[in-house]
Design a protein around this ligand. Structure first.
Ligand SMILES: Cc1cc2nc3c(=O)[nH]c(=O)nc-3n(C[C@H](O)[C@H](O)[C@H](O)COP(=O)(O)OP(=O)(O)OC[C@H]3O[C@@H](n4cnc5c(N)ncnc54)[C@H](O)[C@@H]3O)c2cc1C
Ligand code: SF4
Length: 557
């Protein structure tokens, strides 16, 4: 065992951990970041290889997190229109139960932002007041205007390119970079939206429309999911973590998985135990511990760290750790267009329609959604996927179909609010343990009737937009109804004003454990109406780092 003299121990280096490290190091804290995955170098990404389309991000299996699923929901025959399908292969899940798909995430320095699409959204202010306004989810114990300056800081660090102003989301500063021009595919979708009375605009993204902060501008390769070789994508490794290290006060230890938090006297976490890549255990302590492992691993670590001081798990005095799990409610509809669109290139999600994003903007439904054009997120950026999923036939007929269809896919993705319910939660799976002997997480997930009503609206509207845009032949649809596939997960360590029903306070400090803060997506009391979460995670983490610095000055840490 080793003891270290760091002021702050940050566990996890994704959106929350990276922003925490930068925030605290900028305030003079000596920071140690413990990250379960490795450092990746953009030169490792495989886009220059002939086999690029068959390769995902070059993650090393050893670093993937394990998780399991509870009993999956039974599907209802009357909701067959909400099932996922492809015109060549039929239903993608042909069982009577919802499929346990994937928790999409990445272990590595930069966390899931290594593979994210870099959408950089602010939350709709109303979605932070879901309990008081609509009687569902939880209220955020802080307002949009309190978070606004930190949104600006995060946008400057990661380099967001976005359109001027937004009527609902007040901005005190313009985006650091001008918006990307809409791709030709998105201009077709915009024409369709206009016919339907909807507005489609450039999506704010942490993808550089101009060289910025020593990074080049995007080359529109559409492959953010496979890792950005150019480094223009504002993933945390090339932005927050790089800047934290440049302060000279931040050390990142990769391949170091935290296995336990030791709760002790005076309501403090006294030690952080971790295992390095050789399987050896070490321990460190710090004046401040900031936990940022994401909404599945963070509750797992808290629950697994029980001892006499914390018999129900660390921070679980209210029983809320693991509860209120919210997942990605998604719908994808894909069709082809008669015109050559070159839709296999561009940035992954270059346009967005916010018209139904407000929590009361879908008639008869609580919780909003948004629509975007995204051929890349459906992974239709190369010939192999076209051959497997779009072009039918064999031999010459197939070749002709490929020539006719390549680059002509149009995809509308809809992302919606997820409302917490009592069947959706994370718990420990005592039957399955990892190589450190710690139970892995079990994901319990349930789509309730309100989510289903929202999905019906998302499905209907996505098709209407495609048809109004001139697309014909919908060839594939993917739906959260029959398959859990989540890249946005939230809620399992809710922030709130009351220690009775939440885990952390408005500054993300544990209600009980004085030196413990949680700064990742697990603290969200509500999911938002389809907004991508990482900008909000980063803004919250920067705000918390400022608060920790204030507490340190007053000797209240
Ligand atoms: C394919 C994909 C596309 C996405 N697109 C977008 C998008 O366009 N815009 C957007 O805003 N969001 C997007 N997201 C979601 C976004 O990436 C996540 O919401 C965000 O990164 C979550 O931040 P986090 O800090 O909570 O967790 P993560 O970023 O997942 O980071 C958690 C980190 O903790 C580490 N860790 C876990 N357990 C331990 C442990 N025991 N010890 C040490 N380290 C540990 C992990 O290795 C990981 O590095 C996408 C995600 C995916 C997978
Ligand atoms: S589209 Fe742009 S941001 Fe995404 S991987 Fe390619 S170069 Fe990087």
């Amino acid at each position: 065992m080793t003891q270290s003299a760091f002021d702050a121990i940050i566990i996890g280096s994704g959106a929350g951990g990276g922003a925490s490290a930068w925030g605290l190091a900028s305030h003079g804290f000596k920071c140690l970041v413990l990250e379960a995955g490795p450092f990746y170098s953009p030169s490792e990404y495989q886009l220059a290889k002939e086999s690029w389309e068959q390769n995902d991000f070059p993650d090393r299996a050893i670093h993937r997190g394990s998780y399991s699923f509870g009993r999956m929901q039974r599907l209802r025959p009357e909701l067959k229109d909400l099932r996922s399908w492809n015109h060549q292969t039929g239903l993608t899940n042909n069982t009577d139960y919802r499929a346990a798909g994937k928790y999409h995430h990445m272990r590595g320095v930069g966390g899931s932002t290594l593979i994210y699409s870099a959408e950089a959204h602010r939350l709709h202010p109303d979605s932070m007041m879901m309990r008081s306004r609509f009687g569902v989810s939880g209220d955020w114990p802080l307002s949009y205007s309190e978070l606004e300056p930190y949104y600006c800081s995060a946008e400057r660090i990661i380099g967001v390119s976005g359109p001027p102003g937004h009527s609902v989301r007040f901005r005190s500063e313009s985006y650091p970079l001008p918006p990307h021009r809409l791709s030709y595919a998105s201009t077709k979708i915009k024409e369709g939206c206009i016919k339907l009375g909807l507005t489609l605009e450039s999506n704010p993204v942490a993808i550089l429309s101009r060289p910025y902060d020593g990074r080049p501008q995007c080359n529109y390769c559409a492959n953010c999911y496979r890792g950005c070789q150019m480094t223009d994508k504002g993933s945390v490794d090339v932005t927050f973590i790089r800047k934290a290290i440049e302060t000279g006060r931040c050390v990142v230890r990769d391949d170091c998985r935290v296995t336990r938090l030791e709760a002790g006297d005076a309501d403090r976490i006294t030690r952080v135990e971790y295992m390095n890549s050789d399987g050896k255990f070490h321990a460190v302590s710090g004046r401040v511990i900031v936990l940022c492992c994401g909404a599945i691993e963070t509750p797992r670590l808290l629950l697994t760290s029980k001892n006499n001081y914390a018999p129900d798990g660390v921070g679980n005095e209210s029983g809320a750790v693991g509860r209120n799990f919210m997942e990605t409610i998604y719908w994808y509809s894909s069709a082809t267009h008669s015109e050559p669109l070159g839709s296999h290139r561009g940035i992954p999600v270059d346009s967005v329609c916010w018209d139904f994003n407000g929590a009361d903007s879908i008639p008869g439904v609580i919780g909003g959604c948004r629509f975007s054009a995204s051929v890349a997120e459906a992974d239709l950026v190369g010939p192999i996927n076209y051959a497997k999923r779009v072009a039918t036939g064999w031999g010459k007929a197939h070749k002709a179909a490929m020539r006719r269809l390549f680059g002509k896919a149009l995809v509308i993705v809809a992302m919606g609010e997820a409302l917490p319910n009592k069947y959706s939660y994370i718990e420990l799976n005592s039957q399955e343990k990892d190589d450190a002997g710690i139970p892995i997480a079990r994901i319990n997930t349930f789509i309730d009737d309100m989510d289903i009503s929202r999905l019906k609206f998302m499905s209907k509207t996505a098709k209407e937009i495609l048809i109004a845009s001139g697309a014909t032949g919908i060839f594939e649809e993917f739906s959260a109804y029959d398959t859990f596939n989540s890249s946005h997960v939230f809620g399992t360590c809710r922030m709130g004003s009351s220690p009775e029903d939440s885990v952390v306070d408005r500054y993300l400090r544990s209600h009980r454990w004085k030196n413990l803060f949680i700064a990742d997506s697990s603290v969200f009391p509500s999911s938002g109406g389809g907004e991508a979460p990482s900008l909000t995670i980063e803004a919250l983490a920067i705000r918390t780092a400022n608060h920790i610095a204030r507490l340190a000055k007053k000797a209240e840490l």
